[in-house]
Design a protein around this ligand. Structure first.
Ligand SMILES: [Zn+2]
Length: 238
């Protein structure tokens, strides 16, 4: 019999803990079938990481991206704390800036094409200008590099849901799932990133992580791998 296994703190645990905030999830997000965290298999009882951090690590490590990037310059924008500590063990030249403003302001001092790997998870829902942020990310991405943009999204939405005005905190929680959010991403995210100059897809869990059991490894199998490049197509499994 297998036990749950945390890829962040690298140990078996008795069980995953539910999200203590699950009762406050917006009913709108449920209606729109939003794909994001797994409310049941959420927290690791040992290290406190959440399922989206574990899933991001699984996607990055099992896809072969991390081996390809050994020694290279890598950027983890708005880093998730537990994933950051795990990534910092790897032999990359890491930069871990927080994102309190526009992504293009944060990236202003970086040269074109200077990063081989850019992780920008849970950021694109909160930035003031989505397309400007995507352009800034792609500008800093090397020609043969990889951009990862893990984000909550609704596959039911043809287009990303945004208001004409800055939403109130109440509206942002109701429609977008958090008071700092400015939009709910839809199935057009790959098209938005393509508009910024990188191509890619929302790759399904089964395609990138065949045989990885979501209950054992504590992740949401509906959450895809949002992976983009200026020039490359990934091959799975690696
Ligand atoms: Zn853990």
């Amino acid at each position: 019999m297998w036990m749950p296994n945390c890829v962040i703190c690298k140990q078996a645990v008795e069980r995953w803990l539910p999200d203590p905030g699950r009762e406050a999830y917006s009913p709108v997000l449920r209606v729109l079938d939003v794909v994001g965290a797994d409310a049941d298999r959420h927290l690791c009882p040992a290290c406190g990481c959440d399922d989206r951090e574990r899933h991001a690590w699984l996607y990055l490590s099992r896809s072969g991206l991390l081996e390809q990037a050994t020694g290279a310059a890598a950027l983890h924008l708005g880093p998730e704390p537990h994933l950051r500590r795990r990534l910092a063990e790897l032999p990359f030249q890491w930069t871990f800036p927080s994102v309190d403003a526009e992504v293009d302001d944060v990236l202003e001092g970086f040269e074109d094409g200077c990063f081989h790997l850019i992780l920008c998870d849970r950021v694109l829902a909160t930035v003031p200008d989505l397309r400007a942020s995507v352009r800034a990310l792609v500008r800093c991405l090397g020609d043969d590099g990889w951009l990862v943009t893990q984000t909550e999204y609704s596959p039911m939405l043809k287009h990303t849901l945004e208001f004409n005005v800055t939403p109130t905190e109440k509206a942002a929680r109701l429609f977008f799932g958090g008071e700092r959010c400015r939009r709910l991403l839809g199935s057009d995210l790959p098209a938005v990133v393509a508009g910024g100059g990188a191509t890619g897809l929302a790759y399904a869990h089964e395609r990138v992580l065949p045989g990885i059991d979501a209950a054992q490894w504590g992740c949401n199998p509906r959450e895809p791998f949002f992976l983009f490049s200026r020039s490359r197509c990934p091959t799975f499994p690696s």
